[in-house]
Design a protein around this ligand. Structure first.
Ligand SMILES: *Cc1c(COP(=O)(O)O)cnc(C)c1O
Length: 432
């Protein structure tokens, strides 16, 4: 069961939380209970394959609502690609999360969510069509659209900030067709997110459509991200309890999932969050005061978030105690210049090519390990560098070879609809 963080009496099922997205009081859903994994689980971890591992980790979050075989099938379909942990330097690893269909880590959350929704849609006879409304700073839209493409009974509407996503990201959003529409919003990601939140509370829209979100506020996108941390731990095959994870953060869903994994017993010694100039959280970690900021555009566009929505979940995991959180989390900000220089240096040193988001996490990890040399560090490489072609090529001063399927994608015709304000969005949705 899940409770709303604004009203602990509002307790709902997995299914309800999945389809509602944002709780009615505008806060986020959160598991009522977080169980520790059993001793048997830890004993068997090394022998388990990734699917069984994932099943054991996730089963309590959908208990009694999705049958065992079906959940297993959803999981198999969700993580049907590799999650390699690549040694970069002594005691420093890159956890590559970009081997999925849209080459960003969000594929996992999106596929799990669409798999779960698909199950409930099949078993229930829904009268209204479901509209998945999703704001994206770049990667979410592609992953969600891909996850829901061709799913019966679901329409996907994506809102993305005009001119603020990379060319490949825009192609991934706008060329799918079928049940996917892409709306180009005059504004920043935060404005897209605001519009989505407003739609959910709009009674005219809710009368006509069954609206649901697919942002990381949705529990079905947020929770399966725990798997990265478990898989990395298994990959390393270590009894060493000094593992540190460094996570490039925007809405802080990914990091928060790592913290949930820790709560279930995963031995993590410390977390590092890295941001770009949108440094609401690094500032918070210094002052203890949370002050949302206006979004600034950077080269790490998936992290251009001035008011990260999952941060309340993080605070909750630490009982809203700043000192408790401070013991386990360090946050660093990196400027675009520092990020570019990080990509360049590592490439010239070891030929390992970072994407700009992963680069901040790499830099954060280096900084932390410099003062904590006896730890083992893993940074989450959240996207394939090819997705940020211009930035990466400019950083290393070299052309990258573009894979065939990307070249094909770039040739496809983009279909998008320009939207200037909420009223236009509303009439678009009502006209469907
Ligand atoms: C979405 C995204 C992030 C930020 O993840 P959050 O869970 O929003 O903190 C980082 N890197 C890439 C490549 C992303 O797509």
């Amino acid at each position: 069961m899940y409770l709303s963080l604004g009203n602990s009496k509002d307790i709902v099922s997995f299914k309800k939380a999945l389809f509602t997205g944002l709780a009615p009081d505008k806060t986020l859903y959160f598991p009522v209970q977080i169980d520790k994994l059993s001793n048997d689980f830890w004993k068997n971890l090394k022998k388990m394959n990734t699917f069984s591992l994932a099943y054991e980790v996730l089963k309590n979050y959908t208990k009694n609502e999705i049958p065992k075989e079906r959940l297993f099938k959803i999981i198999k379909n969700t993580i049907d690609f590799d999650f390699p942990t690549v040694l970069i330097e002594k005691n420093l690893y890159s956890l590559e999360l970009f081997h999925g269909p849209t080459m960003a880590f969000k594929d996992v959350g999106a596929k799990f969510m669409s798999g779960c929704m698909n199950y409930f849609i099949e078993t229930e006879n829904l009268k209204r069509k479901i509209t998945v409304l999703v704001a994206t700073s770049g990667d979410t839209g592609g992953a969600v659209a891909n996850g829901f493409l061709g799913v019966d009974g679901v329409d996907v509407v994506i809102l993305y900030p005009k001119g603020r996503v990379s060319e490949i990201q825009e192609s991934q959003l706008t060329t799918l067709g079928k049940n996917v529409s892409a709306l180009e919003i005059d504004g920043y990601f935060d404005e897209c997110q605001e519009m989505v939140k407003k739609s959910f509370l709009d009674s005219d829209l809710n009368k006509k459509l069954l609206l649901t979100s697919a942002n990381s506020i949705n529990i079905a996108r947020w929770i399966p991200q725990m798997l990265y941390y478990f898989i990395a731990y298994k990959n390393l095959n270590t009894e060493n309890l000094k593992v540190v994870f460094s996570v490039p953060s925007g809405n802080f869903g990914n990091l928060c999932a790592g913290m949930l994994a820790k709560k279930m017993g995963l031995p993590v010694s410390h977390f590092i969050a890295t941001t770009n100039e949108n440094d609401t959280v690094p500032k918070f970690m210094k002052t203890g005061k949370y002050k949302k900021q206006k979004t600034i555009s950077t080269i790490t566009n998936a992290m251009d978030v001035g008011d990260p929505s999952n941060f309340v979940r993080i605070l909750n995991l630490y009982d809203n105690k700043f000192d408790k959180l401070k013991k386990e989390l360090t946050a660093y900000k990196f400027t675009d210049k520092e990020t570019i220089s990080g990509i360049q240096k590592l490439y010239h040193k070891s030929k390992y090519l970072l994407d700009p988001h992963g680069a901040t996490a790499y830099l954060g990890l280096k900084k932390y390990l410099a003062n904590n040399p006896n730890k083992i560090g893993i940074f989450l490489e959240t996207a394939h560098p090819i997705k940020f072609l211009d930035t990466v090529e400019n950083s290393i001063n070299e052309k990258i070879k573009i894979p065939k399927h990307i070249l094909k994608l770039k040739k496809k015709k983009k279909n998008k609809i320009g939207i200037k304000n909420y009223e236009q969005l509303k009439s678009f949705l009502l006209s469907r």
